[in-house]
Structures are given as structure tokens and as C-alpha cells.
Design a protein around this ligand. Structure first.
Ligand code: SAM
Length: 856
């Protein structure tokens, strides 16, 4: 069953649309004229053509293409037409005398050989009226054609198959010898348009104006419209103005006097009328629906099916009653009951199914909500990530969710200052929590210590889980370790501006993060100490900072360095390790601003006592020489406050001297490798920033964060994302790029070495040749000429590389003309070798055999 042509959307973009696009026609309608002209050949001989209703100009393009050169083509339309070569166009209404005058002005007393009309009025009102205005337009175009056509000329017009179609044809027949209606293949089937080609214009001297007056030509139609408006059936109304044809039987499927393709009718009158109906009943099967869709292309059999369906439908609706057997009423009732029962069961089933589906959906949604809420709470640090996707009681963890709730409750109370936060009341988890909380309110509360223990236990579990996760990652991803170390390097680089690969510590957990710009600054300090070109007010600060650094270093020496994680893990242990003072704090308080504050020492003392530095550490700190020196030097400044070792020290401490020296050596060797470092260096050189400023900038929210008590997974995340964003300049980037380009331009080591080797060997050869030449020169038994000859030979030998130049051997394939020949092939000069596929195969086979024998 074929599909009806689509009326809308891409269905309109058929092959003619594509062809028109390809061939540059402005409208697909161009093909209609091409096909009409192919059939009647009126354009080739025409010297003057008028196209009425010509926009956008498809027909004009065709006319211009098919008509002889130097012919006149005039196009008129309501809307302006974009210029076309050899074509004159106007914007005018063809029903007005102004349009006639314009054409007359253009043609002077010329007559047209062809008048074309493809007009279509603005449709959209009732079909009957649309069709009528189209017919009127046709008659108007005929009027112009009659005026401008030469005798024997051709008039081509588009008409719609409507009630006035016959009247029009009759009129055409009065004025032309040959009138033919045709529908070119490019005209869509769904369109009611048809083209009438009127040839051999009779050019009567006088034409009765009634022929061209719509009122007379379509008199019948006017009465039809009036009758329709009054609601009177007009099926049999006949044109009687010109009595063009006798009443004929309609074999084309149209109702009498109605030639339209589309009829609007209400659904109810359609069902109750004589025509087949559409209704969504059981008997309306898919086949029936498909048939109704494809009415235009149905075969006899399909129509029979439709008629049967219609009869059944009418019976169902009680319009027709089966005259055959009238069944027993009791039996009928029983059937109805059974059907009812079945229906009830199926309805019940459907309802139950729908309920089950809805319930499952609800549960899924609730689970998702719970999950997302928990994640949210975790992000807000309101809960530990234990309850995501875990069962109520997880054996692997050895904790039940009750514990979590218990802890959660404590935490909540702590965080919210005893108040319970009111979440959206609709969450089931929340309500159950609350309930449990209420229950627990009545239970005796755990002691603080127990809760603290639980908390520590949980955190340890969490750390354990995180470590296990890292382990799994490491197992799964062989590159994990490399990535990790690269990441760490990148982090360090971001600060240092150099790679410390030489230190050999980068992969160890014990590694220290150097204050990169600190080192740089130190290097610069060393350099600039002599020049002392810095501003005088900076010098104090520098002095202070260097002192502070010394102090930092000395305090750093107090205790062993520990990795972040180790520090984190040991944070809960009692402070029996050797304490170290916060270097960052030391440097901070070494600034001018704090210089005159008297209470600082006391404060330090107080802090000292707060921190609870034990006797051992005191002893240690006192026994340290450096500290002693510093203390004696800076006793009026402030006292060093030993503190718990934390990361601040890492930020500011330049590490030991060796490390500093290494870093500086690296900087000297490789230069600065990050844009940040270069930017800072440039700023320093250009005096955009002073060292003091840079130092002060170093104290930012990233530098003084205590990492104490934070879980390792959090610290790892922080290390990834919580970094200072040091601004970089274009100049710095350009400098780095230039450096990289220079590096790229250098030959690789191997190549350079090979070149050097070559050079060295050549020098050696020449030296050798010179020595020999001297020997030859010294001999007395040779004439001067012979000596010169030998020396020349020796030197030439010395200059050559000593390698034999391989002579070119031409390879000739033994195929085509060269197949099976003996001796030198034609056209081949010099050394040659003949090769053929057979030979190659045999050589390979031989090698294979030799190899196999060797293995055995
Ligand atoms: C189907 S298009 C013609 C397409 C044209 N044959 C082509 O190939 O490009 C119909 C045209 O008739 C024009 N038209 C309708 N009523 C008109 C009138 N009274 N006077 C002039 N043009 C009219 C419309 O503006 C429209 O551009």
C-alpha cells in the first residue's frame, strides 16, 4: 500500500524542489513550464512573452532560457521580482488598468506570442471562495492575454478544478482553436490545479465583454455561493450563462456540480451519512485505519474491506439492524454478563499493575533522594560517607547505622549548637532519623569519652577505607604511581619554578615542599647583596626576613620532618614528639609592624605555656646553638615559640642548606620553568614589586591553613584543587616560549655527538696525512715533482671520509617486456640486477629452511 504524498514539512521538498535548487531556478514551479513547453513547444518560436503573476521568477527564468536571444520577456506580479537577465519586470496587480498600461508602455505596439499565467490568489478563506477568486484571476489574465496576444499566439493558464472550470474551458474554446487541459508531472497530485494550454489565438476583431466578465461567466457560481449561504442544497445547480455542455454523467467520483477535492463536514453527519466512517471501535482494526489513510491508492479488495467495516460499524451504532436472525434475549444477557466479568478482571489487573509500577517508581525516587541528600550532607561535612550505598548494618565495617546516627546526632548537636536543623519534612530518612533520635533521647546518653572514641574510630575506619581505595586504584591503574608523582612534581613546580628531580626525594612521602620563590628570592638576595640596589626602606625588611629565615631554619632543625599524612595520623597522639615552632608565624611576627609591640613576648610566653612545650623539647631547643645565637641576637625582638609541627613550616622553610644549594644549582642549570616563577622574577627585576611585598603576599589563605585533624582523603582533594592562583603575565609566557623554542631548535644529543665524532675523525685523518706529507717532504731520493704528487695524493686521501661510495645498481623486474630475457634488458645502462617474484620467494624459502635447520 503506497503512502500518500506528504503535504507538509519535508514532504514538500520533493525531487523537483531539489532539481530546482540544483539548476538554479527560483521556484520548483519552473519545471511545470518546462514540461508544458516540452509537450507543446511554444517558447522556442516566441519573440515576445508576458508572464502574469510571475514572482519569484521561475517561469521567467525558463522563458529566458528557452526563448530565442533578443526576444522580449515581461513579468508582472504583486510583489517585486529580483532582476533576471533579458527580462523586464513590474510590480502591479493584474486585475487593474494600471498593470495594463505598464505592459502597453513596455510593448508599445508589439504583440506577444505567448501569455503565461500561473497566478494564485491569497487563499485561506472557504474553499468555494478561494476557487472562485482563482477563476476570477484566470479570467483577468485572459482579458490581458486577449489584448496583447498576436493572432495564433498561445495562452497558458493555471485553473482549479472547481465548479467554474467548465465555464472557463468554454470561454477559452470561443477564443482559441485548440484548448487542452493537462497536469504536468511536476504538479503535485494533492493539488487541484490543472494547466490549460490554449493555442492558435483567433484574435477576433470584437469580443463581447461578457466573455471576460466574471459576473456573466460564473453566474451559476454566484448563485451557488448565495444558495450555500442560505443553506440550500445546490448539488444540481447548472451553469446556464453560455450553456457550454450538456449535462453528463459523472464518472470521475465528484458529486454533481462539485469538482472540488476537499469537502468539510462535521464528524456526526459523516457518521450518520452515507459515507464510510472512522471510529475507534474494536472492529476498526489497524488494517482499516491504514486503508483510510491511503484512500487514494486503494484497490478493489481494500474498498470491500472498508465497506464491510462500515456496515459492521453502522450495525454497532444501531443505524442498521441485521434483518437475519433475532437472537434469544436471555442468551444475550448472559453474554453481556460474561463480557462484563472479564472486563472487570482485566480492569482490576490493569489497575494493580499500574499501582505496582507507581510504587516501584516511588521507591526508586525515594532511594535516589536519600542518596543525594546524604551526598549533600557529606559535602557540607555534616556526615561521614559511610551511609552511601551501605546496608543498615555493614559487617565489613563492623559498624551499624545506629552508630552513625548516634554519632550524627552528637555531631548535629555540636554543630547546630543544640538545635535540630529543620530539613524538608517530606524526606523519609529525616523522619526516621528524628524518630530514632527521639527514642534515643530517652536512653541514657553515652559519655563524652565514648563518643569521642567512636568518632576517632570512625575516622580511622574512613582513613583505612580511603587507603584501601587508593590501593585498589594503584592495582587497577598501573600508571597511578607515575601520575601521583607527576602531580606532586607539578605542585612543587607551581611553587618552585624548577624541577628538583635531582634531589631524589620526589617520590617519597617524606619530601618537603620548598618555598619556591623563597629560594629564588634567596638566590637573588645573594646576588644583589653586593650591588645593594634595593630601596633603602626594603633593606630592613630583607634583613629581618633573612634573620627570620635563619630562625625558621633553626627551629625546623628541632624536630624531624614528617609527611602530611603521618602528621595527620599522629595528630591525635599525645605531643611527645619534639615540637617545632611555626616558621610561618615566626616570619610573620618578624615584620616591622610587630616590632614595637611590647606584649608580644608575654603573648609568646602565654602561647608557650598553652602549647605545653615539655621539658625535653625545651632542653633540646636550648641546647641548639643556632637558636642560642638567634636568641642572643634578637632577644629584644621576640622569643621563639615552639609549636606543634605543621605545614606552615614547609611553606616557608627553605630546608637545609644542601637543599637550597641544589635548588639554586637547578635554577642556574635549567632556569625558571614555570610562568609564575618567571612572572615573579620579572616583577622583581623590573622593580614592579619589592621583596617585602612578595613576602607579604606569601601570607595568604593558602599558606596558613592548618591541616591538623583533617582526613587524608580531604587533604588529597585539597592538594589537587586548593592552590594559590599566582597571576602570570604575557611577557613571562613569551619568555618561556622563546626558551622552549630555542631548546627545540637545538639538535638532539645523539645527532650532535655523531656530528662531533665525524668532525673529530676528519681532523685526525688530516693530521695523519700532514705527518705523512712531512715525511715525504723530508725524503731526499724523490724529485720535487714526485714529492708534490705524493703529498697531493696523501692530502686528498686525508680529506675523504675513507668510505667507498656505493655504485648505483639498477633493479629491473623480470615482468612484461623483461620477462624471460637473457642478457641486458633494453634501455638499461650501467650496473643492473634482474629480480623476479619467483626468485624472491625462493630466497626467502631458503632462508627459512636454514633458520629452521639452525634451530634444530
Ligand atoms: C505560484 S506563484 C507564481 C510562481 C511563478 N510562476 C514562478 O514560477 O516563479 C503565484 C503568484 O501570483 C501572484 N499574484 C496573485 N494575485 C495576483 C494579482 N492580482 N496580481 C499579480 N500577481 C498576483 C502572487 O503574488 C504570487 O507570486
Amino acid at each position: 500500500m503506497g503512502k500518500a504524498q506528504k503535504k507538509t514539512g519535508k514532504g514538500r521538498l520533493d525531487k523537483y524542489y531539489k532539481l530546482a535548487k540544483e539548476q538554479g531556478y527560483r521556484a520548483r514551479s519552473a519545471f511545470k513550464l518546462i514540461q508544458l513547453n516540452k509537450k507543446y513547444s511554444f517558447l522556442e518560436s516566441a519573440k515576445c512573452t508576458i508572464d502574469l503573476c510571475a514572482a519569484p521568477g521561475g517561469w521567467l527564468q525558463v522563458a529566458s532560457k528557452y526563448m530565442p536571444a533578443n526576444s522580449i520577456i515581461v513579468g508582472v506580479d504583486l510583489v517585486p521580482i529580483r532582476p533576471i537577465p533579458r527580462v523586464v519586470t513590474f510590480a502591479a496587480d493584474i486585475t487593474t488598468p494600471q498593470c495594463r498600461n505598464l505592459i502597453r508602455g513596455e510593448l508599445k505596439d508589439w504583440k506577444a506570442d505567448v501569455v503565461l499565467h500561473d497566478g494564485a490568489p491569497n487563499v485561506g478563506t472557504a474553499w468555494v471562495q478561494d476557487a472562485y477568486s482563482q477563476s476570477e484571476l484566470v479570467l483577468m489574465s485572459l482579458k490581458l492575454a486577449v489584448e496583447f496576444l498576436a493572432k495564433g499566439g498561445t495562452f497558458v493558464t493555471k485553473v482549479f478544478r472547481s465548479v467554474d472550470y467548465n465555464n472557463l474551458i468554454w470561454v477559452f474554446n470561443q477564443l482559441f482553436s485548440k484548448v487542452e487541459a493537462t497536469k504536468p508531472p511536476s504538479s503535485r497530485n494533492v493539488s487541484a490545479e490543472i494547466f490549460v494550454v490554449c493555442r492558435e489565438f483567433l484574435a477576433p476583431k470584437q469580443i463581447d465583454p461578457k466573455f471576460l466578465d466574471p459576473k456573466h461567466v460564473f453566474k451559476d457560481l454566484s448563485s451557488t455561493i448565495a444558495a450555500t449561504e442560505k443553506g440550500i442544497s445546490v448539488g444540481d445547480a447548472q451553469s446556464n450563462v453560455f450553456h457550454p455542455e450538456k449535462k453528463r454523467r459523472h464518472r470521475d467520483g465528484y458529486a454533481d456540480g462539485d469538482y472540488t477535492l476537499f469537502v468539510s463536514i462535521t464528524a456526526s453527519s459523516f457518521i450518520h451519512g452515507k459515507d464510510p466512517v472512522w471510529l475507534a471501535l474494536d472492529i476498526t482494526t489497524d488494517d482499516v485505519k491504514a486503508n483510510c489513510d491511503d484512500l487514494k491508492v486503494l484497490g478493489k479488495g481494500d474498498f470491500k474491506t472498508l465497506i464491510k467495516w462500515r456496515l459492521a460499524l453502522r450495525e454497532e451504532l444501531g443505524i442498521d439492524v441485521k434483518s437475519k436472525e433475532i437472537e434469544d434475549s436471555t442468551e444475550h444477557t448472559e453474554i453481556v454478563e460474561i463480557i462484563d466479568e472479564e472486563q472487570q478482571i482485566s480492569e482490576e489487573l490493569e489497575r494493580l499493575n499500574a499501582e505496582a509500577v507507581a510504587r516501584a517508581k516511588r521507591e526508586r525516587r525515594r532511594a535516589n533522594e536519600i542518596k543525594s541528600r546524604t551526598i549533600q550532607r557529606m559535602q557540607l561535612q555534616m556526615t561521614a560517607p559511610l551511609d552511601i550505598g551501605l546496608e543498615q548494618s555493614d559487617a565489613a565495617l563492623g559498624i551499624s547505622q545506629d552508630d552513625v546516627f548516634d554519632l550524627g546526632e552528637t555531631l548535629h548537636k555540636k554543630r547546630r549548637g543544640g538545635f535540630t536543623m529543620d530539613d524538608d519534612g517530606d524526606d523519609i530518612v529525616e523522619s526516621s532519623e528524628e524518630e530514632e533520635g527521639e527514642d534515643r533521647d530517652q536512653e541514657p546518653l553515652d559519655s563524652e569519652e565514648e563518643k569521642e572514641k567512636k568518632l576517632v574510630g570512625l575516622e580511622a575506619e574512613l582513613d583505612g577505607l580511603y587507603d584501601a581505595y587508593q590501593g585498589r586504584l594503584r592495582e587497577r591503574d598501573a600508571k597511578f604511581k607515575v601520575k601521583e608523582s607527576r602531580r606532586r612534581n607539578a605542585e612543587r613546580e607551581a611553587w618552585n619554578g624548577i624541577k628538583c628531580s635531582g634531589s631524589g626525594e620526589e617520590d617519597s612521602d617524606e619530601e618537603e615542599e620548598e618555598g619556591g620563590w623563597d629560594n629564588m628570592q634567596k638566590a637573588r638576595l645573594d646576588d644583589s647583596e653586593d650591588s645593594s640596589t634595593d630601596l633603602s626602606n626594603d633593606s630592613d625588611a630583607e634583613e629581618q626576613s633573612s634573620k627570620a629565615k635563619k630562625r625558621v631554619r633553626s627551629t625546623k632543625d628541632l624536630g624531624p620532618k614528617k609527611s602530611k599524612r603521618r602528621r595527620q595520623q599522629s595528630s591525635s597522639e599525645p605531643v611527645d614528639a619534639v615540637p617545632a615552632s611555626s616558621a610561618a608565624a615566626t616570619v610573620w611576627f618578624s615584620q616591622d609592624v610587630f616590632g614595637g609591640i611590647n606584649g608580644l613576648d608575654q603573648l609568646s610566653d602565654a602561647e608557650d605555656s598553652d602549647v605545653g612545650m615539655d621539658a625535653k623539647s625545651k632542653q633540646l631547643s636550648e641546647s641548639d646553638e643556632d637558636v642560642e645565637v638567634d636568641k642572643s641576637e634578637e632577644s629584644d625582638d621576640f622569643e621563639i615559640v615552639p609549636q606543634e609541627q605543621d605545614d606552615d613550616g614547609d611553606l616557608w622553610d627553605g630546608g637545609d642548606e644542601n637543599q637550597d644549594a641544589k635548588v639554586q644549582a637547578k635554577i642556574k642549570e635549567l632556569g625558571l620553568t614555570t610562568a609564575e616563577a618567571v612572572t615573579i622574577a620579572q616583577q622583581l627585576v623590573n622593580r614592579e614589586k619589592t621583596k617585602t611585598q612578595l613576602m607579604n603576599e606569601g601570607f595568604n589563605r593558602y599558606s596558613l591553613n592548618s591541616k591538623e585533624g583533617l582526613p587524608s582523603w580531604f587533604l588529597d582533594e585539597e592538594a589537587k584543587h586548593y592552590k594559590p592562583n599566582i597571576p602570570i603575565t604575557k611577557d613571562a609566557m613569551a619568555a618561556l616560549r622563546a626558551k622552549q623554542r630555542a631548546l627545540d631548535a637545538r639538535p638532539i644529543k645523539k645527532v650532535a655527538e655523531a656530528k662531533a665524532r665525524k668532525k673529530f675523525k676528519a681532523a685526525q685523518r688530516i693530521e695523519k696525512a700532514m705527518k705523512k706529507a712531512e715525511g715525504v717532504n723530508a725524503t731526499t731520493d724523490l724529485t720535487e715533482r714526485e714529492k708534490a704528487q705524493q703529498i697531493d695524493k696523501l692530502l686528498r686521501k686525508g680529506l675523504s671520509s675513507g668510505k667507498k661510495v656505493k655504485k648505483d645498481i639498477k633493479v629491473v623486474v623480470a615482468k612484461g617486456a623483461h620477462k624471460g630475457i637473457k642478457g641486458r634488458p633494453k634501455g638499461v645502462k650501467g650496473r643492473y640486477t634482474m629480480v623476479d617474484a619467483r626468485m624472491r620467494k625462493e630466497v626467502r624459502a631458503k632462508k627459512r629452511k636454514e633458520k629452521a635447520a639452525h634451530k634444530r
